[in-house]
Design a protein around this ligand. Structure first.
Ligand SMILES: [Zn+2]
Length: 75
């Protein structure tokens, strides 16, 4: 059986591990891995270019903390 299949979005430059148990894992350049929904919430919804491998955010609903919170207090 095949292991996770890494794909890199040529538009966003983010690597996605496809075929991971529990859903695809998105490897961000900073911070912990997340879901396609998080990638979409943070990057792809703003990019909207042909060639993006995550044009819809996958089938997992984005969580509230998937979005950037510009008004969050700095640590
Ligand atoms: Zn993308």
């Amino acid at each position: 059986m095949a292991g996770p299949n890494p794909q890199t979005c040529p538009v966003c430059g983010v690597k996605i591990l496809v075929g991971v148990v529990g859903g695809d894992r998105v490897l961000f350049s900073a911070g912990p891995p997340g879901t396609r929904a998080r990638l979409y919430a943070r990057v792809c919804q703003y990019v909207q270019k042909a060639g993006c491998i995550n044009p819809s955010g996958g089938n997992q609903p984005p969580q509230a903390n998937d979005y950037y919170k510009p008004d969050a207090p700095k640590p």
